[in-house]
Design a binder for this molecule. Structure first.
Ligand SMILES: *Cc1c(COP(=O)(O)O)cnc(C)c1O
Length: 452
């Protein structure tokens, strides 16, 4: 074994914001490997920073979620939320597991088709579906979740020229006891907008109303809210049965389950406190089973879970650039990962673990990114062992939204690799290059020359 590194002893002041007088527990073990592959080797081969996804974790988490719901309710279908992570390789893992696709734009719709998802297995959400998008979706028999009346009327209009009957659902927003309420998408339940839309669809006779949808929020910390949502959608479904003798095929409760991340300002780590799949499944399944559906007419339960399925499977590896002290003496560590790559650091305290052995000394540290911007802070305050220039570290739980919301700012985006079940490393997205970036730029002739 390597000789332990010497580090100077340190006298520490107790911080008032710490959970107890001994301070926050620091990580006790380095994260030197991901699924059997050494972090050091990954960075050597693919550069730093580097996004790494674990296929094993993706599949395990999916299977855990599936089990939580299917052991409590007989008809369950997941649909992968493309915007959460639409790397094709990631989408296809979910499709191999049996997930349909849930998309919110024409771009995502085309991605799902290109990945080979049958049109009938694509759920099309979102407020901005163009006429071309809707035409395609109708022709492919996709599930169109209507967001507003203008969209409803456009679909009615399209049925004049397209021979197929659109398969539609409406998106419903509602008061589930969690505020602020997400009421900007779909039709409101409490004020009668939802019924108004349903009546218009039924009266038109031009579409097949096959489902009811809601997506009540994201990173929802209340499982009970989903029970409320399921009861309200069940109420609409039963109302349709009473009024029109019409049965919807499915109830779609959207996504919004939290991952294990810790929200900024949370007192305890998300891993210990956030509700898990079983909590949500219990609320939702009970609400649907206890509603007055006849047992042979239970609707299919669709879930569009994104974040909670993929967040854990993503890691961001990086390298320490420098250490310095703030004007008040607080340790500051500058790393090669900024908010351009880790968009979610605006609302999470991401866990950071050194990738090599460290000593038991730790210190409250501000972790800064490399961008020349004051807001480029990855952690305001993290209790970390001492990381030195050139050391590697792993940022955990970054699989959701970062690979779709990342920004190109003063630098190029890095590679993404997937570690397969066989522990082989696959490049699933190349690093950007100056050439790939410049492909989109054009220089007018008269600007080509200058002298300085
Ligand atoms: C974003 C989104 C999802 C996924 O949400 P998560 O919070 O990541 O689970 C599901 N459905 C719709 C309509 C969405 O917009």
């Amino acid at each position: 074994m390597e000789k332990l590194r010497y580090e100077r002893p340190l006298i520490k002041r107790l911080e008032s914001e710490m959970p107890n007088k001994f301070g926050m527990k620091a990580e006790h073990f380095p994260k030197s490997h991901i699924d059997g592959v050494a972090v050091k080797d990954l960075i050597e081969a693919h550069g730093s920073p580097l996004f790494v996804l674990s296929e094993k974790t993706i599949r395990n988490t999916y299977q855990r979620a599936k089990k939580a719901f299917s052991t409590r309710y007989p008809k369950v279908q997941f649909a992968w939320s493309y915007k959460t992570n639409y790397m094709d390789a990631v989408c296809n893992i979910y499709h191999q597991e049996g997930s349909w696709a849930e998309v919110v734009s024409g771009f995502e719709y085309d991605k799902a088709i290109k990945n080979g998802v049958p049109g009938k297995r694509i759920i099309f959400n979102g407020p901005d579906k163009t006429i071309a998008d809707l035409t395609k979706a109708i022709q492919n028999e996709s599930l169109i979740h209507i967001d507003h009346l203008d969209e409803l009327y456009t679909i009615v209009e399209l049925t004049e020229t397209i021979k197929k009957r659109p398969r539609v659902a409406i998106r419903v927003n509602m008061d589930t006891g969690v505020y602020p309420m997400w009421d900007r998408f779909g039709f409101n339940y409490e004020n009668g907008q939802a019924w108004d839309a349903l009546n218009k669809i039924m009266a038109s006779g031009k579409m097949d109303l096959i489902g009811l949808h809601t997506h009540i929020g994201t990173f929802m910390l209340s499982a009970k809210a989903y029970g409320v949502a399921a009861r309200k959608l069940a109420d609409l479904a039963l109302g349709l049965k009473r009024k029109y003798n019409h049965e919807v095929k499915y109830i779609d409760l959207g996504g919004g389950f939290p991952s294990k991340n810790t929200l900024k300002g949370a007192y305890l780590p998300g891993n210990d406190t956030n509700p898990v799949f079983d909590d949500f499944a219990e609320e939702i399944a009970s609400a649907l089973l206890n509603a007055e559906f006849s047992p042979d007419a239970l609707p299919l339960l669709i879930l569009e879970t994104g974040r909670a399925l993929v967040d854990d499977a993503g890691f961001l590896l990086g390298t320490v650039i420098s250490n310095k002290r703030s004007s008040k003496g607080k340790r500051s560590t500058i790393i090669d990962i900024g908010v351009n790559l880790l968009f979610t650091s605006f609302w999470y305290d991401h866990k950071i673990t050194p990738a090599q052995d460290f000593t038991h000394f730790n210190e409250e540290t501000t972790v800064f990114g490399p961008l020349c911007m004051n807001i480029d802070v990855i952690r305001e305050s993290a209790v970390l062992p001492l990381l030195n220039k050139g050391d590697h570290f792993v940022i955990h739980t970054v699989g959701a939204y970062n690979m779709t919301q990342w920004m190109q700012f003063i630098t190029l985006r890095p590679r993404i690799v997937l570690i397969g079940l066989d522990e082989k490393v696959h490049i699933i997205r190349e690093a950007e290059t100056m050439d790939s970036f410049n492909k989109f730029e054009n220089m007018p002739d008269y600007l080509k020359k200058f002298e300085l």
